[in-house]
Design a binder for this molecule. Structure first.
Ligand code: GRG
Length: 292
């Protein structure tokens, strides 16, 4: 099987910077409640592509002020990690493996995993509120609250849980995954751009790029569940065989084609930026071809 495109050099550099910062902002292992802090660090600092952080940083870089997005990039990764812990719980997807390690609840127990997830969300909001000046801080706080809540991640997950047991159509499947994955990508781009002082048109273009990229990313995730290598994805594959997925609708070739088309749609939103958006284009190409 093809290895897929190499990780772009800028992404590897962003991964290192984001991981250093996450390590610094997470409470230390030994600080009480030590078990909860260990559990938070366990999932956040496990190997990750840090794609959402990269979307935030690249969106700010478009406006020449990438360093302004470091805090929202990290907050996005904290929210993402919190959602992964919840998603893997027995009451949700009941997944045993995440990021190449036993799921958080298997390593720390369900009660600690739930507390760690809430701890991560609280830390994300605290960092955003402290890092940015008013009124930007309030705007970013509202953006993340909306992204996580019943018009975002929670809505997508709630519908996904019901959809597990029901026959669903393509529109509903797309809506679920726009909510479960697309909105957090969109928030990362919006927040990165706002932090860097972008105007409404730039923000809208970057958000459109990221939402489509996020849906493409999810479709490839479905594909990797069927044909991925657990040693590379860090997850147990074929978990979704009983679920309705993009692959069950379109087949593997069709799902990859759909992801490519969404990446093209994402790239179209970048047209006004010209060559300045080349790294965002490179990221889209990486997502469309990824194998892990
Ligand atoms: C209250 C935060 C919160 C969430 C409640 C549980 C839930 C609602 C939503 C779950 C959302 C979810 C886990 C979507 C899956 C998204 C996805 C494709 C995850 C894999 O992302 P990668 O491949 O992972 O970027 P890495 O490990 O590379 O970061």
């Amino acid at each position: 099987m093809s290895q897929g495109p190499a990780v772009p050099a800028f992404l590897a550099e962003y991964q290192r910077r984001v991981e250093r910062t996450l390590d610094a902002i997470l409470p230390p292992d030994g600080e009480p409640p030590a078990e909860v802090h260990r559990s938070m660090r366990y999932t956040v600092l496990a190997p990750s592509k840090r794609i959402r952080a990269a979307v935030a940083l690249l969106s700010a870089e478009m406006c020449g002020r990438e360093e302004r997005a470091l805090e929202v990039a990290c907050a996005t990764e904290l929210v993402h990690a919190a959602s992964l812990i919840l998603d893997d719980l027995p009451a949700m997807d009941n997944a045993p493996l995440r990021r190449g390690r036993p799921a958080n609840h298997l390593a720390f127990g369900e009660a600690t995993a739930i507390l760690a997830s809430f701890g991560l969300l609280a830390l994300a909001f605290e960092r955003i509120a402290r890092a940015y000046e008013p009124p930007l801080a309030a705007r970013l706080t509202a953006l993340y609250a909306e992204t996580i809540g019943t018009r975002g991640l929670v809505a997508g997950q709630a519908d996904d849980l019901v959809a597990d047991r029901a026959a669903i159509d393509f529109e509903r499947l797309e809506r679920i995954h726009r909510l479960k994955t697309g909105v957090l990508f969109g928030a990362a781009a919006t927040a990165g751009a706002l932090a860097a002082g972008a105007g409404p048109r730039e923000v809208a273009a970057l958000a459109a790029y990221a939402k489509n990229l996020g849906l493409a990313f999810q479709i490839i995730d479905d594909l990797l569940d069927v044909e991925g290598d657990p040693a590379r994805t860090g997850k147990v594959t074929r978990q979704d065989l009983k679920k309705t997925t993009f692959v069950s609708f379109s087949g593997t070739a069709g799902a990859r084609q759909l992801a490519r088309e969404l990446c093209q749609t994402a790239e179209q939103a970048l047209a006004p930026f010209g060559p300045a958006a080349d790294r965002l284009r490179e990221l889209a190409a990486f997502v469309a071809g990824r194998r892990a």
